[in-house]
Design a protein around this ligand. Sequence first.
Ligand SMILES: [Zn+2]
Length: 369
Amino acid sequence: MKGTIYEEDDFKASVGKYGQDKRQCYNTTSDQQMVQDLLNKIPETSGGAGVGPFLGGMPSTGKLRSSPQWGIVSEELYQVILRFQSKHAQDDGLIVDGHVDPHSPTLRALLKYAYPLMHIDTDALARDIFDNMPKRAITQSALAYTNVQLGISWCQAAIDALQTYGRAFATGSEDADSIVAKALNVHFHFDQISDRSKSAKQMDLILANFTRIKDTLMKPDFAFEDIATSEAAAIFGKSGDASWVPPPAFVARKNRKWIFFTPSFQERSATSGYGPNARTAMVVHEAAHYIDDSIRDYAYEWTSTSQGINQADPTNACVPGSDPKCLYYAALTPEQALNNASCYPTFAVHVVRKFDSPSTRYGAANPTL
Ligand SMILES: [Zn+2]
C-alpha cells in the first residue's frame, strides 16, 4: 500500500471494464494500485474491501492483495468496483458501470470513504449541531440579568436624589415640594417624622440600603441563581402540592443567601410572564431582601385599604380595618417602610418617573408593564 495519501489528481486514466461487451479500460498499474489501495481502506460495510479494525478510517488489512497487471483489471477488483458503486448508487448517486475515471463521481466517492476524516463538511457539521441543540428558553436568572441595568439606573437615580436632597436638608434649605421630598413622604412616610435629626438619620439608612442594593445588582452572578419549582416547593413547604405556583423570585439560603428565580420569572407573552419594568421591580425588591434579613414584606406596593397583607398568614390577603396585623402600603410606619422591600423599587421609580400612581406601580401586580 502506498504510504502517502492519494489525491484526486494522482489518478491518470481509467480502471475497470466499460461498455456492454465489457472492454478493458486503460488499467495502468499505478491507477489500479490506487483503486485497490483505496478500496482496501474502505470497510466492507461501506462497499470497500477493507478488514477491520477501522481506527480513524485506517484498516489494518484489506482483501485486495493481487499485484496489478498492466492493461488488465483483475476480476476480483472489477467486482469490488461494481459492489462499491452499487453500495453508493443511492447516497452518492454513483452509476454502476464497473469503471473508475479521472475526476469522476466514483473516484471522489472512493477518496471520501477512504479518508473519512478529511472529508468532513465542518460547515454542515456546525449546522447540524446547531439544529440539534436543545431548544430551551433563556434561564430565569439569565433573564433577570437583562433587567439589572435598568435596576441599577433606578437605584442610582434614587441615590443621586437622596444625596442632593440630604445636603439641602442638612442646611435647612430643602425644597419640600420637590419630587424626592414627596416620594419620601409617600413611600417612607417622612411626614410622620417630626424630629429632623431622625429624618436625617432615616435618610442615611435608606441611602445606605440603595447603595447596597445597587452593589448587589452590579455583581448579579454572585447573587442570582435559578431554582426548579420542586426545589422551591420544598423551601415553601409545598412539596406534593402539584398546583402550587412558585413566586417569580425569592431570597433564601442554600449554603449561602441567594436571590432565586423560579420558572414563574418569565418574559411577558400573551397571558403570562412579566414585562421588563415589572421584572426590574422584582429584581430590586429581591435585592432589598438580599442585603438585609430585616428588610421584609410588610406590605407590597399594590396593597391598599381594600386588600392588605395578613402578617399572621402572608399567603392570605386581608382587608385592613379592625385587624392590626393586616397591613397595607400607605399605612406602614416609617420604621416598617424603611424595612419594607417594595418601598425601594417603588420610591426609585417615583423619582425616575417624577410621579407615582398606585395603580401603575411596577411589580408583580402589574405584569404587563
Ligand atoms: Zn418580598
